[in-house]
Design a protein. Structure first.
Length: 54
């Protein structure tokens, strides 16, 4: 019986997190995606900067 409750909690937490993530992405103009684009852009700029210095 305890195992069933434990499994249910894991599944419920996973789907709740997924739903919350999707909700935030849609209604806050993709905060995570914006952050990810900014992060990858910074890496790109850093690499280009190193290349120019040589």
């Amino acid at each position: 019986m305890e195992e069933k409750i434990f499994n249910f909690l894991i599944v419920w937490t996973f789907f709740t997190g997924l739903y919350a993530f999707t909700y935030i992405e849609v209604f806050h103009q993709g905060f995570f995606l914006t952050w990810w684009r900014f992060f990858t852009f910074r890496i790109y700029v850093y690499k280009e900067d190193k290349r120019k210095k040589r």
